[in-house]
Design a protein around this ligand. Sequence first.
Ligand SMILES: Nc1ncnc2c1ncn2[C@@H]1O[C@H](COP(=O)(O)OP(=O)(O)OP(=O)(O)O)[C@@H](O)[C@H]1O
Ligand SMILES: [Mg+2]
Length: 329
Amino acid sequence: MPDIVRFEDPSGGGHPVELTVFDVPADTPDRDQRVTKIPEPDPYYVDLGMLYQLALVEEVRRADVIHAPIHVALRGHMGTGKDHDLEQFAALLRLPYFRIPLTGEVRDITLIGSTKLHGDGKGGTESRWEDGDITRALRGPALINLSELNAAGAETLFGLHGLLDRYQALDLPTGETVRLRPDTRVFGTMNPTDLRDYAGTQTLNKAFADRWVIWEKPFPSVEEIEAMLRMRYPTMKEAFVTTIARLAAEVNESFTASDARTRVGTPMSLRSVLDRLPAGLWMYATTDDPLRKSWESLVLSHIDPFDRDHYETVWSAVARRGPEGPPFE
Ligand SMILES: Nc1ncnc2c1ncn2[C@@H]1O[C@H](COP(=O)(O)OP(=O)(O)OP(=O)(O)O)[C@@H](O)[C@H]1O
Ligand SMILES: [Mg+2]
């Protein structure tokens, strides 16, 4: 019996999508290592709708009605959960997950591969081809996440053009052609460059961008943040859940505001909301104002000095004083 995963549309409306999970065939050369790269499902993951969207693309792909793969890139601000979505999609479909960061430093050699010299055991050397990160991933079933797509230099990305269009293959300098397998998926993530600067990113080359479907990942809403906090910290008191969710949503709304004099310059990421602030609540649980203490020591300490006033404006508008402790039941 094949395993089937069912994806429901969280907003209602759409039809449920049922997908058979992937299999790593027994003859995959690096099978033992590859299966260890299948991610574990995160018990605290809240699907805000992205998994269903990804499942719709997968369904069309399997129906073979388009005759060309569709590659999706998720674009959103820091800590909105782009990489987490792709990792969880891989977990559900049991695909080995290869996250390959494309920083400005990364070159064809690391991604595609290079010829290296090895000792031949007789005092001389021989040259041998060694796969780079992408080539290695392409040799078996994989969900490849090219993260920080817009951080890599255009020259590096040109090497991937063929892989991502109709040609669906990578030509190695050795003469070998590595094809995109029917059980391999390529995705990407990136930060937006239009609103604020992310050091080291640039606008995507138009021809490269045209090889992707680019989906925006917005900041989570108050209700969505609350759902994530409740899922992860079932004993957190309601007043803390709602106040943290409002703080984050308002900081992020201020980040997108048009008036440069009053807007905050750094958004509040889900790492602040789900990891750092709750850690502070444990650390300062018995103090007079646990939320205020964690705000100071784990949020404000994190942002640029010029931005503190903007953050404090949001704090005053939302909280003034944190809820009565202790924060956890
Ligand atoms: N849907 C979700 N449910 C629960 N937790 C989530 C969800 N999405 C993201 N998180 C948590 O938020 C944090 C940030 O997620 P992630 O690293 O995927 O962000 P990102 O968008 O890739 O950020 P960056 O642009 O900075 O790389 C992680 O700790 C992750 O576990
Ligand atoms: Mg990321």
